[in-house]
Design a protein around this ligand. Structure first.
Ligand SMILES: Cc1cn([C@H]2C[C@H](O)[C@@H](COP(=O)(O)OP(=O)(O)O[C@H]3O[C@H](C)C(=O)[C@H](O)[C@H]3O)O2)c(=O)[nH]c1=O
Length: 344
């Protein structure tokens, strides 16, 4: 490996987005050090398989430990000596935060605090961390722009992610640590999380069961294809927020903090797709009609999301653009193969 090789530490490397990001970084020539708690929020075998796939590449290695385990995290940082840190490990999921709120505080608040402390000591060139479109909460002014109000979270999940944005701001200000926070919009694709709508809908349909459709289908999402998202993250690595005294030309609509190298960026597809259209695309892809069980709005859910991705494009020259029809086809192809589904 050449001296030029950059080392990236990725937390949540066995997770859905982490897995795809590690692949993207390995393809781009990074040495990648993964860190994952392998929690049993969903099927751990899927997480194991993702790590196994990554381990095929000699430039990847990983530690299995929880973020809450400060000693293990510190040891990983000392071993990795990362140039770049990408913090994706989290307790994710909107609705599960009503069932098990404590896990969000433990992983997202305490775990992220540990991560920030380790990053402060390791002083990487750039720390990039995941936030979520859920921070827009009760805001209905769409598309969501990064400068919109995010003071009305509807779940503890959103509240912990907004706290992460604020904690990161304090560390950027106090210690000069360059931090980019990305707000992800409903990510989907192969190797996706089993609790996400696409996975649940495809599984139920193929097993001949009805799907639960929330708010009687009157919802919409900015569904973002995972390969687009990880490409955006990779490009943002080289767009670190500058220190306050080294700034040149301002960027229109930038969220750069006036008191530290901290910026927030939406990563979304820029399309507001009605839930029923998303379901129709799954039916088209599977060539079958799916039985629907229409339900009321779920507590804490937001009716719609839609990203303004102008800032991402100004920073990287790129904006996600995979249509849901294409992304769903790629997911279904993966699902049928991975679970060895025989169709008549
Ligand atoms: C699981 C499920 C979902 N839905 C609806 C609810 C939404 O309108 C849409 C997509 O739901 P999904 O759970 O895939 O994604 P979000 O609720 O947007 O949440 C996800 O994206 C955000 C950004 C994160 O930050 C969360 O971590 C992530 O879980 O389908 C149903 O109608 N039935 C179902 O069984």
């Amino acid at each position: 490996m050449s001296h030029e090789t950059r080392r990236a530490l990725v937390t949540g490397s066995a997770g859905f987005i982490g897995y795809h990001l590690c692949k993207e970084l390995l393809d781009a020539g990074f040495e990648v050090i993964g860190f994952d708690g392998m929690t049993d929020y969903y099927d751990v075998n899927l997480k194991r398989r993702r790590h196994q796939n990554l381990l095929q590449n000699p430039a990847f290695r990983a530690t299995e430990a929880r973020l809450e385990d400060l000693d293990a995290l510190r040891e990983t940082f000392e071993d990795a000596r990362p140039d770049i840190v990408i913090h994706l490990a989290a307790q994710a999921g909107v609705r599960y935060s009503l069932e098990n709120p404590r896990s969000y505080v433990e992983t997202n608040i305490l775990g992220t605090f540990n991560l920030l402390e380790c990053a402060k000591e390791a002083a990487p060139q750039h720390l990039l961390m995941a936030s979520t479109s859920s921070v827009y909460g009760a805001n209905t002014d769409m598309p969501f722009v990064e400068t919109h109000m995010t003071d009305t979270p509807l779940t503890l999940y959103a509240a912990t992610k907004k706290s992460n944005e604020n904690m990161a701001h304090a560390y950027a200000h106090l210690w000069g640590l360059p931090i980019t926070m990305f707000r992800f919009f409903t990510v989907y694709g192969p190797y996706g999380r089993p609790d996400l709508a696409l996975f649940k809908f495809a599984k139920a349909a193929l097993e001949g069961r009805p799907i639960d459709v929330y708010n009687h289908g009157n919802m919409s999402r900015d569904f973002t294809y995972v390969s687009d998202l990880v490409k955006a993250v990779r490009l943002l690595i080289d767009a670190a927020p500058e220190p306050v005294d080294a700034r040149t030309t301002p960027i229109e609509g930038d969220t750069l903090s006036p008191v530290g190298p901290h910026r927030v960026v939406n990563i979304g597809n820029g399309q507001n797709v009605p839930l029923m259209d998303f379901i129709s695309e799954i039916e088209r892809s599977l060539s079958m009609e799916i039985e629907k069980n229409f339900m009321d709005m779920q507590m804490g859910d937001v009716p719609g999301t839609w990203a303004n991705s102008d800032l991402l494009e100004r920073l990287t020259g790129y904006r996600p653009d995979t249509p849901v029809s294409e992304g769903i086809d790629r997911f279904i192809e993966w699902y049928l193969d991975y679970y060895d589904v025989k169709r008549s």
